[in-house]
Design a protein around this ligand. Structure first.
Ligand code: SF4
Length: 337
């Protein structure tokens, strides 16, 4: 059972920009009743809590059974023996858990489960594009709704996008919805000498789109020796300045392996918080960029959906969408493994 000392030990070194992400011992004490009740309800309901790396630290360290990025959590959802999955993230991720576990109860505690990237495209857009670009393999980033996935051929994540695009046999590919990840993928394919005609949609993540190459130059000048880690949802000009480009799990693994002492992570600042907790002796420089959608998850809402879920907390998908989206996600596993 988690007590205040263990919780405070995990949270006390988190120093990302927003005061909401700072933890005193008193604040940890005030969180314990909700955490204890959630633990009780998890046992009673045979529930598991999956939490994305970007959600609030008290969820990651207080109640989550599994944390990770969208790819890792999708696989965890597939293997989980629990009857109820509570997915603390944004709606498309909870939908992915439902796609992989159609017989289980999947609860989305985040009433603001939006995502600027996933919401940039809907099924009507995909139908129009398929009519406009016949003969193309439609590849969607996992940051899309189930309805969009159901109309695409194969799904990718930030950890396997380059590998899967290389392996697709068709020379003509339409990649959606992230234009910046698509541009990075095109550059990667060119660098590997892979000939493909890749068209990209116009969506973007408002968090990662913010970063500019000048910021990397500035941070490097101010912090000699700093290692720069970049998410592939950033601009190609930013990716071009990185020491490492990869998913959030890839970034965590990089820092865990690196003997370096100073890092600049260009992604949502929840990741910096995790690393500050794990490596209080290392320095993490740069500004805090928050995803307000991920940070909309709260212990109160997790407690609410476990105690008394309302119909809108349940992730429900029609049989046609479930079947089409599952085929799309399963093809990702086939291509990636
Ligand atoms: S960080 Fe970007 S892609 Fe991820 S949930 Fe937030 S808006 Fe969507």
């Amino acid at each position: 059972m988690l007590d205040v000392d263990r919780l405070y030990e995990k949270l006390k070194n988190i120093r990302v920009g927003n005061p909401l992400c700072r933890f005193t011992r008193e604040r940890c004490e005030s969180l314990l009743p909700a955490i204890s009740r959630i633990e009780e309800l998890k046992r009673e309901r045979n529930a598991v809590i999956l939490a994305h790396n970007y959600v609030a630290p008290e969820i990651l360290y207080g109640v989550a059974d599994h944390t990770g990025d969208s790819y890792g959590l999708s696989k965890t959802a597939l293997q989980s023996g629990a009857g109820v999955i509570v997915f603390a993230a944004v709606r498309f991720m909870a939908e992915t858990a439902k796609i992989l576990n159609p017989g289980k109860t999947v609860l989305n505690p985040n009433r603001n489960g939006a995502c600027s990237l996933a919401d940039s495209i809907g099924p009507a857009d995909v139908r129009r594009l398929r009519a406009e670009f016949p003969g193309h393999t439609f590849v969607c980033y996992i940051n899309t709704s189930a309805a969009v996935k159901a109309l695409c051929d194969v799904c990718v994540t930030s950890s396997n996008v380059y590998r899967i695009l290389e392996r697709i046999e068709n020379e003509n590919v339409y990649f959606l919805p992230d234009k910046l990840m698509g541009q990075n993928a095109i550059q990667h394919l060119q660098s590997k000498g892979v000939r493909k005609n890749v068209r990209v949609y116009e969506g973007a993540c408002h968090v990662h789109e913010e970063y500019r190459p000048e910021s990397v130059d500035f941070v490097r000048a101010q912090n000699p020796g700093v290692e720069v880690l970049v998410h592939p949802e950033c601009r190609p000009a930013v990716v071009g300045k990185a020491d490492f480009t990869g998913s959030t799990t890839g970034m965590l693994d990089y820092v865990r392996r690196s003997p370096g002492q100073s890092f600049f992570l260009l992604t949502e600042c929840g990741l910096t918080g995790i690393l500050q907790s794990e490596f209080p002796e290392k320095r993490f420089v740069g500004s805090c960029t928050m995803c307000e959608y991920m940070k909309s998850n709260s212990l109160a809402d997790i407690l609410r959906v476990l105690e008394n879920p309302s119909p809108e907390d349940h992730v429900l998908l029609s049989p046609e969408i479930l079947e089409g989206a599952r085929r799309c996600v399963e093809r990702m596993f086939e291509y990636a493994e």
